[in-house]
Design a protein around this ligand. Structure first.
Ligand code: NAP
Length: 252
């Protein structure tokens, strides 16, 4: 029970890594606010957490909407008395393909969901974490554009790379108030997003061979690393990028 008496917020909880993490956090005693756009899938995640005896509130919305992001924090504070952990995990691939063909609008949309939404999350979550005397702020980055450059993924790579600067700045800014800020960088993971890239036998083989472990991660395996960063096991870990990438970074 690594998160007993903690209150955690998880975005992108309607699917994949966020869903697995919300369930794992709940099993470790956290009370949860979960978010995603798809209300039906989000409700089913909340129901499965409740079925295991967890306490959870679900709030559907778009992380690009500052009002929604603020409401997530307000819900945690009003319903559970505060906020200790925020896993800003929602993300989207955005435009894929040759960079000269990417429109200004699609570029902006990708940065909005992968980077600006993280800033909005931090902006509203940090005061609540400070009020509690500290906590853990986590952003989901990626190996794409960090250890491997992928053709045709410039907007996604640039947005996710921006998270690493955000993490370092916030870790320095709020370390004195007990807030740890880290990025979690998964390798290829078997989720709808992962499968949209590894979308056939050939593409899947190409992606898996990038990994020393020669396979995709399960969402539950990435959730384990999120649990580590959220918990006191990572009490002296801040301002860094934690790779849970199956060895992509050492596979050349
Ligand atoms: P996923 O199963 O497709 O889940 C993506 C989640 O993000 C969904 O819950 C989705 O909610 C939410 N989301 C997307 N856009 C949103 C928006 N504008 N507002 C609110 N929520 C939004 O993919 P996943 O693999 O679990 O992805 C989770 C994170 O891991 C992402 O940040 C992704 O970039 C990162 N990542 C994934 C991989 C991989 O191989 N899968 C590798 C490295 C990093 P709705 O569906 O309800 O809209």
């Amino acid at each position: 029970m690594l998160l007993q008496d903690r209150v955690a917020l998880v975005t992108g909880a309607s699917s994949g890594i966020g869903r697995a993490t919300a369930k794992l956090f709940a099993r470790h005693g956290a009370r949860l606010v979960v978010a995603g756009r798809d209300e039906a899938r989000l409700s089913s995640v909340a129901a499965s957490i409740e079925a295991e005896g967890g306490q959870v509130l679900a709030l559907a919305g778009d992380v690009r909407d500052e009002g929604h992001v603020r409401a997530l924090v307000d819900t945690a504070v009003d319903a559970f008395g505060g906020l200790d952990i925020a896993f800003n995990n929602a993300g989207a691939l955005g435009p894929m393909g040759p960079t000269p063909s990417v429109s200004r609008e699609d570029w902006g949309d990708a940065l909005d969901v992968n980077l600006t939404a993280a800033f909005l999350g931090a902006k509203h979550q940090l005061p609540a974490l400070v009020t509690r005397g500290g906590g853990s702020l986590i952003f989901t980055g990626t190996f794409v554009g960090h250890t491997v450059g992928f053709p045709g993924m410039a907007a996604y790579a640039a947005g996710k790379a921006g998270l690493l600067g955000l993490v370092k700045a916030l870790a320095a800014e709020f370390g004195g108030q007990g807030v740890r800020v880290n990025a979690l960088l998964p390798g290829g993971t078997d989720t709808p997003m992962g499968r949209s890239v590894a979308n056939g036998p050939e593409a899947l083989a190409q992606v898996t061979q990038l990994h020393a472990l020669q396979r995709l991660a399960s969402p539950e395996e990435i959730a384990g690393s999120a649990l580590y960063l959220a918990s006191d096991l990572a009490a002296f870990t801040t301002g860094t990028a934690v790779l849970a990438d199956g060895g992509v970074s050492i596979k050349r």
